[in-house]
Design a protein. Structure first.
Length: 249
């Protein structure tokens, strides 16, 4: 499948006249709890030729595609990427920590990655994951729960806790987030990870109310503690300098 993905990205480059600077997996396959029928969520950053950026007119800065064999692709132009970085966009930051990389321009990565870490805003990213975890928690408040939703809630809640505990951009791999859970709870979750690997995306599982209580308490604690978090350290002058250097190189 990796070969198919890379071929598709090359096709997009040729068709749209762009260069893909970074392409990664960004979904359950990157998180480490995919189901057999999970899509491939391909996310990428691209740039046009320099002349493209000299136009005074607004242009489309997003490329999306979906193939018959479940390749779900979505990419952002370099200029849009910098606008999102200024806001410490959680999805964008996570791409640089994906364990599954399809395309990587080393010069771009060398220039952009330190900037991404510097722009990381604990409070902005924390509230992003807090909002998601609260939404998913409500979908899990039933006797039978879609296992996919349970994992989305676990991942976003643990990610929020990571920011509070570590103060760094959270890891993408779910297994790395599990260090924040006690041994008993971690064992429960790991058993569910093994189960999910054998079940389809639509599988419903009897609710483990003890685990639900763990989630509910963690999300409430995250919400209270996140009020004291700080913002990022974005330097627009430095960002502009890096933007120009990426375009030239």
């Amino acid at each position: 499948m990796t070969t198919k993905i890379i071929d598709k990205l090359k096709e997009v480059e040729a068709k749209r006249g762009i260069e893909i600077l970074l392409a990664v997996e960004s979904g359950s396959r990157a998180w480490g709890f995919a189901s057999p029928d999970s899509d491939y969520d391909i996310r990428f950053i691209y740039r046009h030729e320099k002349e493209w950026y000299l136009s005074p007119w607004d242009k489309d800065e997003t490329i999306e595609f979906m193939t018959e064999d479940d390749l779900d692709g979505s990419g952002w132009d370099l200029r849009k990427t910098f606008h999102l970085l200024l806001k410490s966009n959680a999805a964008l930051l996570s791409w640089f920590y994906s364990p599954v990389v399809y395309v990587k321009n080393e010069k771009f990565y060398e220039l952009f990655k330190p900037l991404a870490d510097e722009c990381f805003s604990p409070i902005a990213v924390s509230y992003h994951y807090l909002s998601m975890s609260k939404k998913y928690l409500e979908t899990c408040r039933n006797d039978e729960v879609k296992l996919k939703s349970y994992f989305y809630c676990l991942r976003t809640a643990l990610t929020g806790k990571w920011i509070l505990e570590k103060g760094t951009v959270p890891p993408v791999l779910f297994s790395e987030l599990l260090v924040l859970a006690d041994d008993f709870t971690r064992n429960k979750i790991e058993n569910l990870v093994a189960l999910k690997a054998t079940k389809g995306e639509s599988y419903y599982h009897p609710n483990d109310w003890e685990l639900f209580g763990f989630l509910e308490n963690m999300i409430a604690e995250n919400e209270e503690r996140s009020k004291s978090l700080t913002g990022g350290k974005a330097n627009k002058n430095e960002m502009e300098k890096v933007f120009r250097e990426i375009l030239i190189n």
